[in-house]
Design a protein around this ligand. Structure first.
Ligand code: NIG
Ligand code: FE
Length: 416
């Protein structure tokens, strides 16, 4: 099956030559494009692209199964959303109102709300119900331009419920055209009955949950909420070591509430990413230099909770790569809209449109281990891209925040 998209006003984020696995520091400002372009797709992969003139010159010799005319429209690689909690049972708008009235996220968590509220509803829901809800959310995210997504467990907090969530993620992987990675986040919250002796819950995660998760091959990554009021650096180190033994690479929550040591423990265990980073000192930035760990900022969470902003600009200026993901979840970021994340990257974090694009595509692809196959338009990569509505330029994408600029989405070369 040969598909060609023709008359593309501008094909954005193309790579020629050896594709990069991530963009760091100054490289983040580089985005290559082809104006008046074509894009050819065969068997789910990108086969060729270039100026329309080239296509016209050769088109007599080529038999094409499908031609899509993109006059007036731009084409981008789909977003990679490297941090979500997409499988959950209930929304939490009542806590949202409590927060407006003055309660903090930590206060709500302490009294048994927050993650424990979600865990209660998740325990009561069947695997099929959770699957149907998650599938609908996945469809919506796709329509907004997301083509790859990482999904965490973490609203289980019992062995049975955590396995249930991970099995839902496995079914999503099997049945969705999206590229999906799963992350085991058993250490997301401390159940009420373990308050005051949370090391016993850590034991449960290590001795019971991890071996069962591994036996069914349910997790690509292992996560811990390493932060003040949640899991300590010592808890985190123990859990990561246990996960690594079973082949799960760390990818953790760090430094959302406090300078928690989360960045250091993540880098020590070669985490593929450390995420949140609202609380960052110079030592944290230094520690990330020269590592293979992707600093990942979650603008939706900081917006929703009114948290201090992660120093993304400073990190890029220090030569680091930065990724930005949605953190889609019912408690701190109830939106999977990566177009909005792109806008926030520019408006709130002062990244340029080019840096913001790299942060939400190539660098998030790296942060979920798929940057060889996704994240840019390059020959041989998966044909995951979207065609915009008629828009004037690529800078319009972050500029016109809140508007859906995506018209058609193709995953593995097929329109969804
Ligand atoms: O990434 N910070 C920890 N976990 C989630 C929030 C979970 C919740 O409140 O339901 C996050 O923001
Ligand atoms: Fe999260």
């Amino acid at each position: 099956m040969l598909t060609v998209i023709t008359n593309i006003k501008e094909l954005v984020q193309v790579e020629t030559g050896q594709p990069k696995l991530r963009a760091m520091g100054k490289e983040m400002a580089r985005v290559e494009t082809v104006k008046d372009a074509y894009l050819m797709v065969e068997d789910g992969k990108i086969k060729a692209f270039g100026p329309m003139d080239e296509w016209k010159a050769a088109s007599g010799e080529r038999r094409v199964d499908r031609e899509v005319d993109a006059t007036g429209r731009l084409v981008f690689p789909t977003f990679c959303d490297s941090h979500t909690h997409l499988v959950y049972a209930n929304s939490r708008e009542h806590e949202f109102v409590d927060k407006i009235r003055g309660l903090s996220y930590e206060e709500i968590a302490k009294r048994g709300g927050g993650i424990l509220n979600s865990a209660k509803a998740t325990a009561a829901a069947s695997e099929d119900e959770l699957y149907d809800m998650a599938q609908r959310r996945l469809q919506e995210a796709m329509r907004m331009g997301t083509g790859a997504i990482e999904i965490k467990s973490g609203y289980g907090l019992t062995t049975e419920s955590e396995l249930k969530l991970l099995r839902v993620i496995r079914r999503l992987k099997e049945n969705s055209p999206m590229t999906i990675k799963s992350n085991f986040l058993g250490a997301h919250g401390i159940p009420m009955e373990y308050r005051g002796h949370q090391e016993d819950y850590v034991d449960l995660v290590i001795d019971e949950m991890i071996p069962l998760v591994a036996a069914e091959g349910l997790a690509d990554y292992i996560d811990v909420f390493c932060d003040q009021g949640f899991f300590t650096v010592e808890d985190t180190a123990r859990i990561l070591e246990a996960g690594i033994k079973y082949g799960m690479r760390p990818k953790i929550h760090a430094n959302e509430m406090a300078v928690s040591g989360g960045v250091q423990v993540g880098v020590k265990y070669n985490a593929i990413s450390v995420d949140h980073l609202e609380q960052m000192g110079d030592a944290e930035i230094e520690c990330l230099k020269g590592s293979e760990t992707m600093p990942t900022v979650l603008p939706g969470c900081a917006f929703f909770l009114n948290l201090p902003l992660s120093p993304a600009r400073k990190m890029v200026d220090a030569g680091l790569p930065v990724a930005m993901a949605s953190d889609y979840n019912p408690g701190t970021s109830p939106s999977y809209n990566m177009q909005l994340i792109l806008s926030m990257a520019c408006i709130r974090y002062r990244l340029t449109p080019e840096e913001a694009l790299n942060a939400t595509t190539l660098n998030t692809a790296y942060a979920m281990g798929v940057s060889r196959e996704l994240g840019t338009i390059a020959v041989g990569k998966k044909a995951n891209f979207y065609i915009t509505k008629p828009i004037p330029s690529y800078e319009y994408m972050p500029y016109a925040y809140g508007e859906n600029k995506v018209e058609r989405v193709f995953l593995n070369g097929v329109e969804v």
